[in-house]
Design a protein around this ligand. Sequence first.
Ligand code: AN7
Length: 360
Amino acid sequence: MTYQGLIHTYGHFLDLPIHSRTVSLLEGRTPLIRADNLSRHLGGGFELFIKYEGLNPTGSFKDRGMTAAVSEALGRGATTVICASTGNTAASAAAYAARAGMKSIVLIPQGKVAAGKLAGAIAYGAQVIQIDGSFDDALTMVVEITNKHPICLVNSINPYRIEGQKTAAFEIVDELGSAPDWLCLPVGNAGNITSYWAGFKQYSGLKSALLPRMLGVQAAGAAPLVLGHAVENPETVATAIRIGKPARGEQAMQAAEESQGRIIAVSDERILEMQKLLAKLEGIWVEPASATGLAGLAAEIESGKRRPEALEGLKVEGQKVVAVCTGHGLKDSEIITRDMQKPSVVPPRLDALEEVILGN
Ligand code: AN7
């Protein structure tokens, strides 16, 4: 049978009101790719899989939650959706609203959204408003305006976003036949880690043997959950997770604690290094934020080797690890092109080409 999207596939596991009217772009069913080259590079001895969420219709995992949130909004007669966004939520909200025949308004932090995301939001017809402030300021504003006006909030504060995003956990369990030992993923506003944990718990029927340990990873310059307090001026090259006051921070901490996992931070340098490594070793190009989970995994494995006697660090030998890569590299191509060497220019002659390739 042809694939009909997440609500069709997993709707019976999702707590969506009966008034919902499905709006789908056939999101989900993203590949779980074995990454043996990268696993070997990290020391080997464990199975590593990439859940490649950048292959969703608008290029990020946000489409999973958005199909649910917009379906609910449409079904109850809402005509306008709004969100604050570091970019991916904006593009996703705009696309699903377009498909539903609704208006979308997106608030983004000025100058801090990757070009591919902004272009998406505009292409899908959103009203794009830049805020002279941070994502956190924008989120406060959309909460305020939706309390006052009949506009539907589609940030992950909206419970249907979480319902939809649980499906990623279902897909992983369906494909592996069980949960992995570890799930590592980036953490920004903390909706995704909340969703995965809820999804794994629900799907495993609360059998602890089937639950993964969660490794949530923040960027060091935007790591409120590691520091234990809000960050007023978050800064990171991974603009998607440039968030100082995560809306679902408490739930993220709870997911880490309940799963006997942890939330850690990694430097921008490590994030960019992992982004390149993943592309070069596996042919998987993700945006910087999406390499953050893997960068955290690498850092933990290293520290486990450095101090094997200590409890810190991660011992992955013989284990199954899934890394969630949340968004596509094409969203933020500037990160790569800004400091690349320009490709060499050659006259249209065979001898010139030979000289460049063979060096003679
Ligand atoms: C690629 O689009 O917050 O911890 O406004 O785009 O669930 O917030 C994006 C977040 C990870 C973090 N990876 O997920 C937004 C936004 C990518 C992202 C995250 C985001 P959450």
